[in-house]
Design a protein. Sequence first.
Lengths: 434, 411
Amino acid sequence: MDTTRLEISRLFHRFGFGPRPGEFAVALKQGVDATRARLLLQVPPAHDVGLSMVADPVLADLGNFPQPGTTARATFDTAMKAQRQMLILWWLDRMALAENALTERMTWFWHGHWATSIGKVEYSLPMYLQNQTLRANALGDFGIQSRTMIVDGALQYWLDGGANTVTAPNENLAREFMELFTLGVGNYLQIDVQSVARGLTGYRVNRSNGNVTFIAKNHDSSTLTILGSPGAYSATQISDLIVARDDCAQFIADRIWFRFISSDIPRPYSKPINEAFARRNILETVRAVATSGAMSDPQYSLVKSPVEWFIGLCRAMAITPSKLAKPDRVIDLLNKLGQIPFAPPNVGGWPAGEAWLTAASAQYRLQLAQYLLSNADTSAIKSLPSSSRVRAVGDLLGVASWSFRTERALRDVVTDPARLLLLAASSPEYIVSA
Amino acid sequence: MDTLSRRNFLKLSGAAAVAAAAPMLTMEAIAQAATMRPLPLGTPILIVVTLYGGNDGLNTVVPYKDPIYYQSRPDISYSQTDLLPLDSELALNGSMTGIKSLWDQNKVAICRGVGYPDPDLSHFTSMAIWQSASPDHHVNSGWLGRWLDTQARDPMLAISLGSVLPPLLAGKTVAGSALPLGGIVVPTGSLAVDCQRISATSRQDSKLMASAATSLRNLFDLSSTITPILKEPIPQPLDLPTANGGVAGGNSDLQQQLDVVAKLVAAGSPTRVWSVSLGGFDTHANEKGAQSILLGNVSSSVARFMSQMRATNREKDVVILVYSEFGRRVKANASQGTDHGTSGPVFVIGDRIKGGFYGDQPSLKNLIGGDQAVTTDFRDIYASLLEGVLTSPSDAVLGNWAGKTDFLAKV
């Protein structure tokens, strides 16, 4: 196994949604360290030409649901649907077009972490605002991210925060905050869930625009004991207390490991990773993960989720999702594959690993690749002599290496570049990040 | 509609063999073998219905004479007139008329207070415990996946509806198959040949790449047997209204999943285990209406399925298990909902079942931290299903688990 090629392939696919045309070949010349430094820049470029081509969506506050059966309601429903599609395509475009996709990749990670679904929130505006919050805090201080998210409108609505009052608290947000967002299961007791729920009382959410207001009289300001510490708590203080726990450092580092290195081999002890997150610094932690020896160890392979696989193919083929003739079809197929941005299946986020490898998903992946490649520009491959096309497709897609099986199958179809790309994109070597 | 007979099934299989006979389809032999050995009549079949989110057991099987029930949740309790009494103490949620009617026919076992030691209130941990059947330590395999490990390999043996496989069906060495609701469309012509080639086994594959290759190969196995069957009409229920469009509220996803299962069971698909699911039970707020719609959905879908089975010759073969990862807190919260709790009722339904209650009803007087006690370990139910329905020793799946729940009638 060519470990340089393996590590560069992993850097592209895991931290940047895959290479754009030409990038992989250049990276091979520059080597692993230079590629890592470029993909995980300390300060991402302020002006990203790719991103500058994606206009932010204009999402009006649509207000309350009009009465069913009225014309106002019909107009409203149409607007809701249009906003939702605009929002999804906007983010897919950003992922596909960003020159440096680390920020989008990390926003995607955090979206799956603080998994909030438009299925319940319904309005696009609060989902968009949450997404911008995650983006602004994607690589910074986790403590600040957590403080912001605990009072995020979409998250509050999603986990019944508005229904949590001093007279009888609702534990939904409190429990998931500790279990899934900060500490991990088993690192708190039921009494802590109850105390945190009481400490988080008093917030009210305007569902259509995500505005959160604090109503002091609904807040429980009595002395609470959270994780052994007594006091009267605000949401910020609760977040700070919990994020400061060692368990939080372990848990978040484990989650990053799970999504970027391996969803079935647990994280071994690693001093650089621990030290980086000891400071709650997300970028340093991600860099420590990307620098770990696991990156060149073949056992740490990872299944690309449907969106990651789809975006990788868009980047390689220079496709802008919203500019496709039938973006509805793309969203439909992503839905059948089980993954649409803004619609995780539950608060635990999307599954990982073999869950994405069913006969059903194989079928939809093929259909999606067929649709994308039927409209794609294959002239770059066509211009090459047949003998170098298999290697060129490997570089275009950023594949670590072809098995003899796949290489033989690809070699037999080199005269038909669209078919060559379809097979390469559907191969085990591309569906899995080696 | 006529019952799909063995002969009809073989006719369908013939069609399948033709569809699969594209040039160089090396899977043809396997696919054909699967279609040529329909499940023998009389072979028991398990249908697992997972209710995601933590169903409120106390508002499902309601202790309608207990004043503590009404004191604990004044806004979301049901009065007797809104319920379907089962005996002098317990009643079903009023939306569950379908299951009530099966209960009246002695086909419903209600296991009470089901859970496991030291209940975990996390959805994910608790569901992982139920699906892996391992409360003590984390394991990566599901209980029915481990059963699959003990069987001869066959992608048709255990099938989950939907495109993502639940952990339930993932074994240590073998996994069940996932079938999307719309069925599977098999690639044809040169694309089929290409797909076969890139999904052939390779010693250079990592474990995950090998799984990716297998999933593509299984597409051919599954599709050649299942696709023609899905084109057949659904077996008509004998005693339920069959007007197009169904009852008010429209088709639910669970009903669609069970309709597909009904078709395939009727056709003799060599499948011993089916997995379907319904989400939405995490009723922290405004529980009453939402839960009653969901329970009505479960009840009518199950009743419809049983009725469809009566229209086939498999009615005595199917056993349905309905469970959720936990029950909910006895006391309501302020948002007319309930927070996560512990034990809850489990339903086991079928002609092979001796109807009635099993296990003690957990007391509302002696709560543990506001939650109901666990009186029945869910592994008792699994062990009984493994031995009585899947006719397999439970040791390989559950280790040395001695407990059983005696709800299976001698056939």
